[in-house]
Design a protein around this ligand. Structure first.
Ligand code: PLP
Length: 405
């Protein structure tokens, strides 16, 4: 497997081995900030958006892309996406809390281009959301339908259904939101009659179904995704007012050497087979697919030390800055920003450890890297999604800088 399996046009090594991202020398970016730095590439985000848009065009369906804000809420990144939408690019945003709504509006999205898909929604949340008549709300529980009906009879709503099938990166159960294990997400088939009855009782018009069945799926998971889409499509039969089907997010990016990029042609063929010719708008709600591989987290090496049979590379940022690798086993591969040894055959296995007092705070174990020294910089790839957004101030080590280049 090539050491630089992640390399592509905008992320690669120059002839002298230095890491280049979005046309910039990554180590120079890191040295300009003496603390952990998330750097996001605008060009890569636009390229990801264009690729997905192309795949949706291939379905022949009307379509929209609603970026899932929970993935990364850095304001310049949101403004970039809002500008894409304003240019007629059918780009909206999906939010999951009232504060995210305020941020989306502040970053340039109109309420009509915003959808809400949240869970465990309090009445105080609903009151803030319902103040925006153009906001589209997907309900994921019977109680949410009832409480919206009581507050705004006659309103249009969407329903997040749980088709009972799902998938996620590497078939991971933790990343699968619908399937054998009962999850909190969406309304199940067994609840469907009651959902329809509640909506009818309050005159609510169900204009959309929504399903999001897992995170990070790649081509190997597309058969399972196809099955989930088929089961979700079955709910449409009872919805004469439906204008939109939202197929959720979950489209994955390669995380490990050996992961192939998601086959978007196969993905769009599944969408076309289930929804083509139905006069529906197909909405898709990606977070990771747009921004994950467009971000690096840059850290400094604070020490290199052999303990028993392991070489530890200690760095100045821990899992609290990007909890996904620790919680979901979605690795952010550490990459040296400059090469002291160009021949990967001579690299040695190391464990890259963060600065949090938790045993699980390891970025990588048994990971081959070139020789590193105190003061060197490393980049964690695939840090653009669920990093800064999920970060915490654990051990009061939550400080970082973000930039869009
Ligand atoms: C309802 C919903 N939509 C979209 C997403 C975005 O998922 P991803 O970043 O995997 O595309 C999520 C993430 O959990 C979600 O819960």
């Amino acid at each position: 497997m090539p050491a630089d399996w992640w390399a592509r046009d905008d992320l690669h090594r120059a002839a002298d081995g230095r890491l280049i991202f979005a046309g910039k020398d990554v180590e120079a970016l890191a040295r300009a900030h003496d603390r952990p730095l998330f750097v996001y590439g605008a060009g890569r985000i636009r390229a990801n958006l264009a690729r997905l848009r192309g795949a949706l065009e291939a379905t022949g369906c009307a379509h929209r892309i609603h970026y899932a804000m929970k993935c990364n809420r850095f304001a310049p990144l949101l403004e970039l996406l809002a500008a894409e939408g304003a240019r007629g690019g059918a780009v909206g945003i999906d939010i999951c809390s009232p504060d995210e709504l305020d941020l989306a509006l502040a970053c340039g999205f109109r309420a009509a281009d915003i959808s809400f898909t949240g869970t465990s929604v309090a009445n105080r949340d609903l009151d803030r959301l319902l103040a925006h008549p153009d906001l589209h709300i997907n309900c994921d529980s019977l109680g949410q339908i009832r409480r919206i009906g009581e507050r705004r009879p006659g309103r249009a709503i969407g329903i997040r259904v749980n088709p009972g099938f799902g998938t996620g990166y590497g078939d991971s159960a933790r990343l699968t939101y619908a399937g054998a294990r009962t999850t909190k997400f969406g309304i199940y088939r067994e609840q469907w009659a009651e959902a329809l009855d509640l909506a009818a009782r309050h005159g609510l018009r169900i204009t959309a179904i929504h399903f999001h069945v897992g995170c990070g799926y790649l081509s190997d998971q597309l058969d399972a995704w196809d099955q989930a889409v088929g089961a979700a499509a079955g709910f449409l039969a009872d919805l004469p007012d439906a204008t939109t089907v939202n197929v959720g997010g979950g489209l994955g990016v390669p995380h490990r050497a050996g992961d192939a990029p998601l086959d978007l042609a196969r993905w769009s063929a599944i969408v076309a087979r289930h929804f083509g010719g139905r006069q529906l708008t197909v909405a898709v709600e990606p977070g990771d697919y747009l921004v994950k591989d467009a971000g690096l987290l840059l850290l400094s090496v604070v020490g290199v030390e052999r303990k028993r049979d392991t070489t530890f590379v200690a760095v100045d940022g821990g899992f609290n800055l990007h909890p996904e690798p620790a919680h979901y086993d979605l690795p952010c591969e550490p990459v040296a920003c400059a090469l002291r040894e160009p021949d990967p055959a001579r690299w040695q296995p190391v464990t890259v450890a963060g600065n949090i007092n938790e045993a699980l705070d390891l970025w990588a174990e048994d990971h081959r890297m070139p020789p590193l020294e105190e003061g060197d910089r490393i980049a964690l790839i695939n840090a653009g999604g669920y990093g800064s957004a999920m970060s915490s101030n654990h051990c009061m080590r939550g400080a970082f800088v973000e930039m869009l280049v």
